[in-house]
Design a protein around this ligand. Sequence first.
Ligand SMILES: [Fe+2]
Length: 267
Amino acid sequence: MAGQTNTSTGKQLELIHTRGIDPLHESQLIFVPKHREIKDFHSLNAIKSLRFCSHCLSLSGNPPKQELFQDSVFSFLYPMAIEAWFMDENNEDQRLPHHRNPKEFVSLQHLADLGVLYWHLNPKEYENDEELKKIREARGYSYSDMLDLCPEKVENYEEKLRNFYTEHIHGDEEIRYCLVGSGYFDVRDKDDRWIRIWIKAGDLIVLPAGIYHRFTLDTTNYVKLMRLFVGEPVWTAYNRPQEDHPARKGYIKGVLAEKIGVPLQAY
Ligand SMILES: [Fe+2]
């Protein structure tokens, strides 16, 4: 792969791309210094707490050396730690990826413009994770519980899956931290197109109140999610259409006024 030198520091940088991302998508390529782990992108106002080891290309494991990268002029194009894409119109099994042909990936900035927040954390550390603690404190996520979704553990699994997949909104944020397995959150963008967000272990995602969305497992049929909430949880789903719902109105106003579309928060 091509490399380049950071002009400020003279450090040799190596061009790599994140797991499974189409390397032709320039916006999803990142530069990392050789043999260093990047822990934070504070100054870049992009993804927080992305752990990336250039030895093993792991985004969430235990890199051999924990080093905090503090070079504010670190050169990169755009870090992409989560995969998201525009969906096709096909009605076959919802658990399939439903890529368009050719594939059309969606950037984190596009998700941020919709008010979707994202962090990547270490799922093995969730019980004592200072980073998770900071996020919870900053955003007031006082409540948490676990949701284990697989055919063996859930009664009426297929029916539940269908319900999760019914397009709806909530009056509050939907906050999910994926600890094991994977699944798809689909959200509508400003032009009412479906964007499929593939969450995997370590992905913490926040959907704003009032955004039309749905959820499904993927073909692995297993996900373990931590659900978070501000105060006493309310899981009520309001199926579309909900144009008069205060949360929907608030969301539309926020997006149009570009109040929601702030860069991903940094903590
Ligand atoms: Fe929901």
